[in-house]
Design a protein around this ligand. Structure first.
Ligand code: T46
Length: 137
C-alpha cells in the first residue's frame, strides 16, 4: 500500500561541517504548506493518533529518535518505522494513523496542507470504515 512515493528519502547536503536537508513546497513537499507542528516529550508507553483526516495531507519526519506509525487504508494495515531524519512519510487523506513506541528523544515534525480543523478528523474507526466504503460506492 505504501509505495516509494509515500516513504521518501530526502537529499542530504553534507560537507565537513555536517548535514543539511532542505524542504521545499512543490519540490519534496507535494502540497502547499499551511501549518507545521512537532510532537516531542512523549511519555513512556504512550500511543497517539487513532484518527483519519477527510482532506488533510501531511508529511512527517522524525528529526530525532524514532517512533512507529501505523497506516491503515481500511483494508490493509502497514507499520512504518520512522527512525531517520532523512526519511519523510507522506500521509494522504483518508488514512487511519496510529503512532506507537516513541523513543524518549523522539521529535516528530509534521507539515500539513490545511490549517487545524477538528471537523476534518474522523476519530472513530467504525466511522472511518463507513466513510471509506461510502467513498468507494
Ligand atoms: C496527525 C498526527 C500525526 C491543535 O490545536 N493544533 C494542531 O495543529 C494540532 C496538530 C493539534 N491541536 C490540538 C488538538 C488536540 O487538542 O492539540 C491536541 C492534540 O492533538 P491530537 O490529539 O490530534 O494529536 P495526535 O498526536 O493524536 O495527532 C497529531 C495530529 O493532530 C494529526 O493531524 O495526523 O499527529
Amino acid at each position: 500500500m505504501l509505495g516509494a512515493k509515500e516513504l521518501v528519502d530526502l537529499r542530504v547536503i553534507g560537507d565537513e561541517r555536517g548535514s543539511l536537508i532542505a524542504l521545499e513546497q512543490g519540490q519534496n513537499i507535494p502540497f502547499d504548506i499551511k501549518r507545521a507542528y512537532y510532537i516531542f516529550g512523549t511519555q513512556p508507553d504512550v500511543s497517539r493518533g487513532f484518527h483519519a483526516h477527510r482532506r488533510l495531507e501531511q508529511m512527517a519526519i522524525c528529526v530525532s529518535g524514532s517512533c512507529k506509525m501505523i497506516i491503515d487504508d481500511g483494508e490493509t494495515r502497514e507499520t512504518v518505522l520512522l527512525d531517520s531524519s532523512t526519511k519523510a512519510l507522506i500521509i494522504r487523506n483518508m488514512l487511519w494513523r496510529e503512532m506507537h513506541e516513541f523513543s524518549p528523544d523522539c521529535v516528530l515534525l509534521v507539515f500539513a496542507s490545511e490549517h487545524f480543523n477538528e471537523s476534518d478528523y474522523i476519530r472513530s474507526y467504525d466511522q472511518f470504515i463507513r466513510e471509506v466504503k461510502n467513498g468507494k460506492a
